[in-house]
Design a protein. Structure first.
Length: 316
């Protein structure tokens, strides 16, 4: 640790320039890294996962893909048994099938099953299953297409609304706010941490631990990008990077900064001597603690959880 500290102190500008370049490249890599993450959270070995796999293999869709759900609430005095309602419902679903030719649908009109109808007979829905295309926002494009196809379409005088998980996500603009949501959450956490650090330090040094997080979190995405390009990496990783990166970066930087301030308060101690002393003591603690954290996280691969084992085997 002493040799590394001396090397950094003797080449301050070079080290600073290196980390500036890394930080710029890291911020540029956040978007592509998130796009490369797998939106699926698979668990091979579980009965539900195996069933979903078989459904997708047999029908080409369904399984773990959320259905699009057209819903219609008939006006007072009409039910699904009223003349012409079933035919109109069939025609509405035909428009969806025309817009989504590879979809499968089930409704009261096609099955006669009262499970698709409310107790009073006025509300009915359908299930439209789309192919499992994957991607960052699977199903949201299809949900918008279904909404467009049903624009102006009525059943029994009532408009047909489109809902379902993907339709709600599309309406909320989740596809545009995936990475932004994580970054905003991280920013809120950072501002909370800044308030605590300002209270502790009461000086500009409060920004130093946050600066470490500012560099560490994007740099981690820079490392994730090539890994996600080679194998499946769950989208959950972005939340882990933001939360763990923010906490650990601030925690470890705080140890070193506090130790450096203690050394600087001693008489006749130069800044470089204070840095070397802080790194020799607090820096060694950070290396030991960081290694322990890394080993602890890697030990999760040894747990008998199917999706972790599958991910590990693909990575190897």
């Amino acid at each position: 640790m002493t040799a590394l500290t001396r090397l950094v102190l003797h080449h301050k500008r070079l080290v600073l320039g290196f980390w500036v370049v890394v930080t710029v490249a890291a911020f540029a890599a956040i978007g592509p890294a998130n796009d490369a993450l797998s939106p699926q959270f698979n668990a091979p070995g579980l009965e539900s996962f195996e069933t979903n796999e078989k459904l997708a293999a047999i029908y080409g869709n369904g399984g773990d893909v959320a259905p699009i759900v057209p819903v219609v609430k008939l006006p007072q005095g009409k039910t699904v048994d009223s003349p012409g309602v079933t035919k109109q419902l069939d025609g509405a679903l035909a428009k969806i099938e025309a817009a989504l030719p590879k979809s499968r649908s089930a409704s009261y009109a096609s099955t006669g099953d009262r499970a698709f109808v409310s107790d009073d007979g006025r509300t009915t829905f359908a299930l439209v299953y789309i192919p499992a295309t994957g991607g960052v926002d699977p199903g949201q494009v299809e949900a918008r297409q279904a909404q467009t196809a049903l624009a102006g379409v009525t059943v029994g005088g009532s408009a047909v609304e489109v809902t379902g998980l993907d339709a709600l996500r599309a309406g909320a603009g989740e596809s545009e706010a995936g990475t932004v949501g994580v970054l905003v959450g991280t920013l809120v956490g950072a501002l909370g941490a800044l308030l605590v650090l300002v209270f502790v330090f009461r000086s500009f040094m409060a920004f130093v631990p946050l600066l470490m997080a500012f560099v560490a979190i994007p740099a981690t995405f820079l490392l994730i990008l090539p890994l996600a390009s080679l194998t499946d990496v769950s989208v959950i990783v972005q939340y882990l990077v933001a939360l763990i990166g923010l906490g650990i970066a601030i925690d470890y930087a705080l140890l070193v900064v506090v130790r450096w301030r203690e050394e600087r308060q001693r008489p006749d101690v130069t800044n470089e001597a204070a840095v070397q002393s802080a790194m020799q003591r607090a820096g060694s603690s950070v290396v030991f603690s960081g290694t322990t954290v890394a080993i602890s996280l890697l030990s999760l691969l040894a747990l008998p959880v199917p999706f972790r084992a599958a991910s590990a085997s693909r990575a190897c």
